[in-house]
Design a protein. Structure first.
Length: 266
């Protein structure tokens, strides 16, 4: 018995057009290209027309190359051509967004439906349509907001190498805390904060100095030492003390809070 699969070209074309338009719209917003809507519509139409290649016999390698070329053509039509770097980043974000949306679509297909042709169904409802109308915009909004949040904070992360006495050194990820303006009133040196747990059982603090501090809900004396070397993003700084915090920092993966003065020295 031969199973016959019915393909509705108009439906397939419409789904692909909506999908491509949403991808281009995401790139437009995420990269702030400020492209006009009609250019993205035209690029989406070109992408949909390329579906004809699915019905032309060709090797998988040639098909994949055609898809890559079509992606570059789409971003050039949608956002124009300024230089190769500009075009490459547009295409890269287009493919990244496509992978995110396609992965979510595949997840729905595997977990909530059974296949039927180019679409998939649950209790007679085509999930392709539900996904494109409801799911895709939600995923795109989450993706754009996450991307913007990442761009806002990425410049505040630094590679930090601290060398203590006896040539004991540690490598940590530091975060620039704009609220940390702590300074030793005696030496005039600014203070960066290090999670004390990093040194537990590995290094004994000797001959510390104590710097007074005032927080929102606390005040007291902070145990500090003068490091032999403090290297931040490959630049050595000398006018800093390392203070040891007993409290864990709320930022994920951060063990060091840098002083605001770092902005002036790097």
């Amino acid at each position: 018995m031969v199973n016959v699969m019915t393909i509705y070209i108009d439906v397939l074309f419409l789904i692909n057009f909506i999908f491509d338009f949403m991808l281009l719209l995401t790139v437009n917003v995420a990269l702030k290209r400020y492209s006009k809507i009609f250019r993205m519509v035209l690029a989406s139409l070109l992408g949909s027309i390329s579906l004809i290649s699915l019905f032309v016999p060709m090797s998988s390698l040639l098909l994949n190359l055609l898809k890559i070329v079509m992606g570059f053509i789409m971003v050039i039509v949608a956002f124009g051509y300024k230089n190769m770097r500009y075009t490459f980043y547009n295409a890269l974000y287009l493919y990244m967004t496509s992978i995110i949306l396609g992965g979510f679509l595949y997840y729905l297909k595997v977990n909530f439906s059974y296949s039927k042709g180019f679409s998939f169904y649950y209790k007679g409802i085509g999930f392709n349509y539900i996904y494109l109308i409801i799911g895709a915009p939600i995923i795109l909004i989450v993706f754009i907001k996450s991307l913007k949040a990442l761009k806002e904070v990425k410049n505040y992360y630094y590679r930090v190498k601290i060398v203590f006495k006896d040539n004991y050194e540690i490598l940590v990820v530091g975060f620039l805390d704009t609220g940390n303006k702590l300074k030793d009133p005696v030496t005039g040196k600014s203070v960066i904060l290090l999670n004390r747990k990093i040194l537990k059982g590995k290094y004994n603090i000797r001959s510390p100095m104590y710097v007074p501090y005032n927080g929102l809900n606390s005040h007291g004396l902070l145990e500090c030492v003068k490091p032999v070397k403090l290297i931040i993003n490959d630049k050595e700084l000398n006018n800093y003390l390392v203070g040891f915090s007993d409290a864990s920092f709320k930022l994920n993966g951060i063990d060091c809070l840098l002083n605001y003065k770092i902005l002036e020295d790097i």
